[in-house]
Design a protein around this ligand. Structure first.
Ligand SMILES: Cc1cc2nc3c(=O)[nH]c(=O)nc-3n(C[C@H](O)[C@H](O)[C@H](O)COP(=O)(O)OP(=O)(O)OC[C@H]3O[C@@H](n4cnc5c(N)ncnc54)[C@H](O)[C@@H]3O)c2cc1C
Ligand code: FES
Length: 507
């Protein structure tokens, strides 16, 4: 995505400022020349870094300084203040760093520093790594292997014919028509060539043979590996409804799915979205931006209640209604014909476009066939390794022991998949790094962004600070007297603090 340029604010750091008022763990926005610069303090050290997040351009000055890192308020990317390195996705690119010179209590920000070279690999590495799946987890794993200095062969195989792309955008700005096509790829083909990552796109892996360490491809050929990452994600649940196989009925997982919906929206006038899931409602919002009449059909009494609770779910409903979406809740679709969707209530809703978003199922076929341990997902240990040494799994399909809840969990979040890809990559080259990130996701409904940290499949109590209705709140989901997850609206910094609280309370 293109970087957002911040309007220059605050002092000119090149002219020097008195830093005594800048407390430990805080930052100050200013500029050097025409660049927005963040000056941050960690104990006695001062750092000057680019003020704009390299993911979607979030304002780092509104984020959180934690030790010698800064976290972005929008989607929780984390950067090193020392090197600018993107330590945690969703940002994949570094921020700039400047040299800081201190003279007494005054500091001056001097020239921009060259980015550091990747470290030389000291640990024994496997000769060849195969990654199956080029989504969030697969792509991050491949990139991490190179930034960690791994020099062996990397082959990434994917059924998707496109270079890895920004999947969350497919139901948001891209579908709404406000994000151009060039924002969608995460990297160019050239990037993979330059980094020696061989892409096998449009290729399906059909079997893994742990005994001979081979991956079999559908179109013929085998890939041998010393370490393997399974990152095949999930696929939409299909509805077994009469008429669901017609051309105007769509699901949304891939770029080609999103393109197909955009094409259909060009001539359609009325859409029915089946399912009030995150994706279903984001699709509803995008189709309203394209001026279609939109109806949402779902069995729930309140959209998203199972994940976000009654209060935020109710707000989400009202936000969509204010934008003209019609809800048909507490019912299901029973059939689809060329011009309408019939409901269990007997009602018929006219529709020349139908999008089904009723959840996903992890792609476990390869793992099951290879005899890997399965537990409603691929079972992995804290290092994201399966029960077969050398085979790792990451992303939507992995169930891992979460140190924060003490439970084995599987989640379907972009940032979690990317961070798991990173950890799995490091462990494939012999580091023993525990995956201990607190789960995070975000969802956009028009101009309202909902941020969520932690994991709560169930909770006993909801504690609300602020006013949900005013889109200004922190909602704590509490179980056995402890906060296990937090959702915020209009309070991005609170969400970063909540993430830190949950991290520090790992059991
Ligand atoms: C439209 C949409 C919007 C979303 N929005 C958000 C959001 O706002 N916030 C959020 O946190 N999460 C969001 N998500 C969820 C998020 O995208 C997923 O959690 C994330 O992509 C999971 O990453 P993954 O690497 O596990 O799987 P994926 O990204 O799905 O990648 C899996 C890859 O495996 C490939 N593959 C599958 N089977 C095979 C095979 N047999 N052989 C070879 N390749 C194979 C697929 O082609 C794909 O490239 C969204 C998802 C969708 C679909
Ligand atoms: S804009 Fe910073 S993490 Fe997304």
């Amino acid at each position: 995505m293109a970087e957002r340029q911040l309007e220059l604010k605050g002092p000119d750091f090149a002219e020097g400022i008195d830093v005594s008022p800048l407390a430990d763990g805080t930052s100050l926005l200013g500029h050097v020349g025409d660049a927005s610069v963040l000056l941050a303090r960690h104990r006695e050290e001062l750092f000057a870094v680019g003020a704009t997040c390299t993911h979607y351009g979030g304002p780092l000055a509104e984020g959180l300084v934690v030790g010698d890192t800064v976290r972005c308020p929008w989607h929780h990317a984390c950067f090193s203040l020392r090197t600018g390195a993107p330590l945690r996705p969703p940002a994949l690119n570094p921020i700039d760093c400047w040299r800081v010179e201190r003279r007494g209590t005054r500091i001056y920000v001097r020239e921009k520093q060259a980015p550091p070279h990747p470290p030389k690999l000291e640990l024994r590495a496997p000769g060849s790594i195969v990654i199956v799946g080029s989504g969030a987890a697969g792509n991050c794993a491949a990139e991490t292997l190179r930034t960690e200095g791994y020099t062996g062969s990397i082959v990434m195989v994917s059924t998707d014919p496109s270079v890895p792309y920004d999947r969350p955008n497919l139901s948001k700005d891209y579908l709404a028509g406000s994000a151009p096509e060039e924002w969608i790829p995460l990297r160019s083909e050239e990037f993979y060539r330059e980094h020696g990552i061989e892409l096998r796109l449009g290729a399906r892996a059909i079997a893994v043979q742990p005994a001979t360490r081979e991956v079999e491809l559908e179109k013929g050929g085998r890939l041998t590996y010393d370490a393997l990452l399974l990152a095949t994600g999930a696929e939409p649940l299909r509805l077994n409804l009469p008429g669901a196989d017609q051309g105007h009925v769509h699901y949304l997982r891939s770029l080609s799915d999103s393109r197909a919906i955009i094409k259909a929206a060009g001539t359609a006038r009325r859409a029915v979205v089946i399912g009030a899931s995150f994706i279903g409602l984001e699709v509803a919002a995008a189709l309203r931006s394209r001026n279609l009449e939109v109806h949402v059909v779902a069995p729930d009494a309140v959209p998203m209640e199972r994940v976000l609770g009654r209060e935020i779910g109710g707000l989400v409903r009202r936000i969509h209604e204010d934008h003209g979406v019609h809800f048909h809740l507490g019912t299901t679709a029973t059939s689809i014909d060329a011009s309408a969707v019939e409901l269990k209530t007997g009602a018929k809703i006219a529709a020349d476009l139908v999008v089904i978003g009723v959840g996903v199922r992890p792609n476990l076929h390869l793992a099951e066939k290879a005899g890997l341990a399965i537990d409603r997902g691929i079972a992995v240990n804290e290092f994201l390794e399966t029960n077969v040494p050398g085979i790792f799994a990451a992303g939507d399909l992995a169930r891992w022991p979460d140190p924060h809840s003490g439970e084995k969990i599987r989640v379907e979040h972009w940032v979690v998949a990317e961070r798991q890809g990173q950890t799995a990559a490091r462990n494939m080259i012999g580091r023993r790094e525990r995956f201990d990130a607190v789960p995070f996701f975000w969802s956009m409904h028009y101009d309202v962004s909902i941020l969520y940290v932690g994991h709560a499949e169930k909770w006993d109590e909801v504690q609300i600070d602020g006013r949900v209705e005013a889109k200004d709140c922190r909602v704590d989901y509490r179980k056995a007297g402890r906060t296990v997850a937090v959702a915020t609206i209009g309070r991005d910094l609170d969400c970063l603090h909540a993430e830190l609280e949950l991290e520090r309370r790992s059991i």
